[in-house]
Ligand binder design. Structure first.
Ligand code: HDE
Length: 712
């Protein structure tokens, strides 16, 4: 009988290790104060010069120390993931709000006293390991729950649907989106001929393409992304009753995105933008949090919707089946070592615990094989589950044997089942003792290679998505399509893709054809899915980011300062911003101390030479003698202009308002004469000493995220 370990009920707030952290302790190494040794523990007095004949003579082959050092170096790289190569991860824990025995017998979903350790890896899909974080792409959102019944891996994405309906198409999809094989371009981008050649010929891609062209594919941060298990899974309770389920992660900070121009800028200025944000927010104690949500559908309702639950190109609209929030995940610790943890973590959709099972979704079925298989080459053999980050926190006893990199030393002679030599051990766990039991679904039929007619409708939900977006979201989506197709060289491919999109919505079709040299698109008759029910909605507000949580929490505000700034103002506004959960970063001309006009000094931790407004969520300029200097600087005007064009909140007090006036922001109406706090599309200015009123308006402008009204 597995027993609950004390460490699993120990709070894992900052600094207090979670159970997985404790598990990893014996595998951690601290070299401080230690002698340098070879891999075999022999101490080394010297490692800077190779063994040679005379100081200027040839190096000797017998220098086994040189050979060991170089050999180890030669083999430092392992193959990057074939997809999702670029990623970043963190440790944390999951807490359950209330037990759900009526739905599942999974232990970690039934005991609120247990804090289940998790390790989460976020990723982009198409780019190589060194590619930029802000590429337009779906983001991977993979969570490993280290439960007392073994590991449960929820290997999802930040987009709830997938490009294809059957896993057998995955190699085709990935080949088409990866850099083209003849010249290996473009890197981490879908805007090229092979991708659209494929998608335009495979209309089931249309719904997901709408999401990838939307702002969802350029998230502001990992902590502001939703996560989705995508497929329909099953939950099974202790009585063996099963329901269908879709998993959701709901970010407590809301779902927010960058703008495309900003994402492209950041790809050059800070390719690590998302990775850095995750790392720094955890270091600061701003722990990212998500609630785990379930959409539950009974067996009886399997065919009640106007789509098939097994079709991964469809969402279950939240207005039809509410998302029940059952617990919260907090990421509170950065990895100690990128390679050992983030790179070596191996997620497997087949890592399921009793009470959670798969459905017949043909995309999911293929994944059950692929992930296990890919780790064999990526991690060098079948023993990858023994790598510290992959090891479960519950004991492992089985008859698996040998293979590359075996870490354990089995002491029994009985490496087979059944046996008497080992006293029959390890013994089988019946279902009652926590053994995994597959849902005994009845299956019969002919062996065929055919798609179900219930999967035939490829456009209705693409239309639902379009209809559910706000006007700014629609604008961005249409522009992204034009951007992408403008990079497709072959007209016939552009035309085919546009024709496909024309099946989604006439207004959408009209918006995407401009400037990309295509003929007016011709929609084709939509195919109806057969064998499905009627339950549907025409609009789903949950699909629009306009309806998300709005908060100033975790926002990064650049304070542009120079000698002579008003510290009193900076301090009053800064405190109000920090009280709202935002973080103020002083950006100066030079690093180091900046003297205010009222005697105080602050340190600039960033400089305009290396930072752009794209690094921040908002900009603030206090008054004082600094304003005249800032108003004369071209890079300040550029900083503000960029922030304005990216629709970011800008705040200025007293003489700081003159800096905004000097920047001549296109369309900004700066209330030059107004005294009190004045707001124009996220530009908040105030020439009166009422800092409290200003701060209130500015915080509200920051919480709103972006001010899209500027775009029109
Ligand atoms: Fe994956 N996918 N995938 N995928 N996937 C991989 O596994 C694959 C799919 C997802 O941070 C690979 O360990 C097939 C859907 C994430 O380490 C590989 C199919 C969803 C990650 C693989 C899919 C995902 C991967 C590459 C179609 C969302 C990164 C390296 C049947 C629900 C996990 C690896 C991490 C990684 C195969 C489709 C999400 C090759 C064959 C749908 C988040 O095994």
């Amino acid at each position: 009988m597995p027993t609950k370990k004390k460490s699993d009920v120990t709070p894992s707030a900052a600094g207090v290790p979670s159970a997985k952290s404790e598990e990893l302790q014996p595998d951690r190494r601290d070299d401080a104060g230690q002698y340098l040794t070879t891999d075999h523990g022999v101490r080394l007095p010297h490692t800077d010069d190779s063994l040679r004949v005379d100081p200027r003579g040839p190096t000797l082959l017998e220098d086994f120390h040189l050979r060991e050092k170089i050999t180890r170096f030669d083999h430092e790289r392992i193959p990057e993931r074939v997809v999702h190569a670029r990623g970043s991860a963190a440790h944390g824990y999951f807490e359950l709000y209330e037990p759900i025995p009526e739905l599942t017998r999974a232990g970690f979903l039934n005991d609120t006293a247990v804090r289940t350790p998790v390790f989460v890896r976020f990723s982009t899909v198409a780019g190589s390991r060194g590619s930029a974080d802000t590429a337009r792409d779906v983001r991977g959102f993979a969570t490993k729950f280290y439960t007392q019944q073994g590991n449960f891996d929820l290997v999802g994405n930040n987009i709830p649907v997938f490009f294809i309906q059957d896993g057998i198409k995955f190699p085709d999809l990935v080949h088409s989106v990866k850099p083209e094989p003849h010249h290996e371009m473009p890197q981490a981008a879908s805007a090229h001929d092979t991708f659209y050649d494929f998608t335009s010929l495979v209309p089931e891609t249309t719904h997901m393409l709408m999401w990838v062209m939307s702002d969802r594919a350029i998230p502001r941060s990992f902590s502001r992304m939703e996560g989705f298990g995508v497929h329909t899974f099953r939950l099974i309770n202790a009585a063996g009753k099963s329901v269908f389920v879709k998993f959701h992660w709901k970010p407590l900070l809301g779902t927010h995105s960058l703008v495309w121009d900003e994402a492209q800028l950041l790809a050059g200025k800070d390719p690590d933008f998302h990775r850095r944000d995750l790392w720094e927010s955890i270091e600061r104690g701003d722990f990212p949090q998500w609630e785990l949500g379930l959409q539950v559908v009974s067996e009886e309702d399997e065919m009640a919707f106007d789509f098939d639950l097994l079709d991964a190109t469809k969402v279950i609209p939240e207005e039809l089946v509410t998302v029940r929030r059952i617990g919260k995940m907090t990421l509170d610790r950065n990895p100690d070592n990128f390679f050992a943890e983030t790179e070596q973590v191996a997620f497997l959709p087949s890592n399921l615990v009793p009470g959670i099972d798969i459905s017949n979704d043909p995309l999911l079925q293929a994944r059950l094989f692929s992930y296990q298989d890919t780790q064999l080459t990526r991690l060098g053999g079948p023993n990858f589950a023994q790598i510290p980050i992959n090891r479960p926190v519950c004991p492992v006893h089985n008859h698996q044997q040998d293979g590359f990199h075996q870490q354990t030393v089995p002491t029994t002679r009985a490496n087979y089942h059944p046996n008497t030599i080992g006293g029959g051990c390890p013994v089988l766990a019946p279902e009652k003792a926590g053994g995994y039991a597959h849902f005994p679904q009845r299956v019969e039929g002919s062996k065929i290679r055919e798609r179900s007619p219930s999967f035939a409708d490829h456009y209705s939900q693409a239309t639902l998505f379009w209809n559910s977006l706000s006007e700014p979201e629609k604008r961005h989506l249409a522009k992204a399509v034009r951007f992408e197709l403008s990079k497709v060289e072959r007209k016939e491919i552009r035309q085919r893709q546009v024709n496909n999109y024309a099946n989604v919505d006439a207004d959408f079709a009209r918006r995407i054809v401009e400037g990309i040299d295509v003929d007016p698109p011709t929609p084709s008759p939509r195919k109806q899915a057969s064998g499905v029910g009627k339950r549907s909605v025409a609009v789903s507000p949950a699909l629009s980011m306009a309806n998300t949580v709005k908060s100033a929490k975790g926002r990064q505000v650049a304070a542009l300062l120079d000698e002579g700034y008003s510290h009193a103002e900076f301090d009053a506004v800064g405190k109000a911003l920090e009280a709202a959960g935002a973080r103020v970063v002083v950006v100066g001309k030079k690093l180091g101390p900046i003297k205010s006009g009222d005697g105080e000094t602050v340190d600039a931790t960033k400089v305009r030479l290396s930072e752009t407004s794209a690094h921040f969520d908002a900009v603030y300029i206090p008054g004082g003698a600094s304003a005249a200097k800032l108003a004369a600087e071209r890079d300040v005007a550029r900083f503000l202009d960029e922030a304005w064009r990216h629709c970011k909140p800008i705040g200025a007090t007293m003489e700081g308002v003159d800096v905004v006036v000097a920047a001549d922001l296109d369309g900004a109406k700066v209330a030059a004469k107004a005294q009190g706090s004045t707001v124009d599309r996220g530009l908040v200015t105030c020439r009166a000493t009422d800092h409290a009123a200003f701060a209130k308006d500015f915080v509200a402008a920051i919480a709103a995220h972006r001010h899209w009204e500027r775009e029109v």
